[in-house]
Ligand binder design. Sequence first.
Ligand SMILES: Cc1ncc(COP(=O)(O)O)c(C=O)c1O
Length: 398
Amino acid sequence: MTRFASSVSALRSSEIRDLMKLAASPDIISFSGGMPGNELFPLDMMDKIYDSLTDKDKQIAMQYGPTSGLPMLLESLSDYLEKKGLPVKKNRLMVTTGSLQAINILAKAFIDPGDNVLVESPSFIGALSAFRSYEANIISVPLNSDGIDIEQLKVMLESTQPKPKFLYFLPNFHNPAGIVYSQEVKQQMIDLLRDKDIPLIEDDVYSDLYFYKGDVAKMKNIKTIDPEGIDVCFTGSFSKILGPGLRLGWMLVPEHIYQKCELIKQSIDACSPSLSQVIADKFLRNGYIQEYTENVRLEYKKRGLAMIDALEKHLPEYVSFEKPRGGFYIWLHLPKGTDSTLILKKAIEKGVVFVTGKTFDPNGVKNDCMRVSFCNTDVDVINKGIPIVAEAIREVCG
Ligand SMILES: Cc1ncc(COP(=O)(O)O)c(C=O)c1O
């Protein structure tokens, strides 16, 4: 009998990952993944970037780099983040191997086995898995349409002993809930957490993918305020605004937290891929990012609005959802007690996949909700697939 460590015995394969195998079949319509459409990648820009690389760039691309990131990328990324109002100079920036690594490193920095950590319910499965792998005791706080439930957060902060090691949250175009935090909820979070010695992990990978430019001002990160008395650890990624295959993300954190994180990253992978960093630097430095994000925003908006229309037209009236204003996801609320796994089974038989609610429940139980993503299917496929999802829901719920 192989004797695995206790920290990994509890790990389960996520339903998303298992479903990805199914979604790979060419005939299945997949509303399950959170990846950009292949046809949306900036291939022309990539060609131009490759063609512009000097021998020196190529040597840097093939070599190990500093753990914190290649200096050229740290410079261009700092510039990009500063323009978004993030306090780069007051903090330390580290390039990571995807933002999931940033979350993982922060988890390792803070969690001892059995420690309490606070998350939203529902929450991003990748982060939940990372926290589980360090044997955290995950405590969830419900999410409303304008952010975390402040009254419940207050109760949890008062009643959780020993006090939580951090609060992890997703401010913009939440995965899976699709919502955006209101300014008011963010301010109440700041008021509740000030001087409590409970860091905030602010995971923001979708904020560039808004449908309406007018929303940008409301989506200001807590990190842009960097309130006194709270250590805010901000994480972001190139995955949704360039390509997840590069495996590049970042963390922007206070100096004392950075010091620990750099040591942790050194022991994990020494540095993130230099080739990816050289490419990402040119993407930022040459201004391709503005043109590209403008284009994909339009396409995701088209897909998102088409999915909203199709859902409104085909879903039974007992299913409700918050209309997304950006990002990749729509979160459907089914009648109380519905088992969305039964709906998924029916939908798969009919040729469509999505993700069940319990995948995102920190306790792995609440299943009367489900996530459909619009990022990876064009409008025609959305119009073909959503009536099938609605039919599967009707077959199970009546
Ligand atoms: C909310 C959220 N955070 C982090 C990530 C991880 O992204 P990556 O590791 O590709 O940067 C994802 C990926 O789907 C996500 O949805």
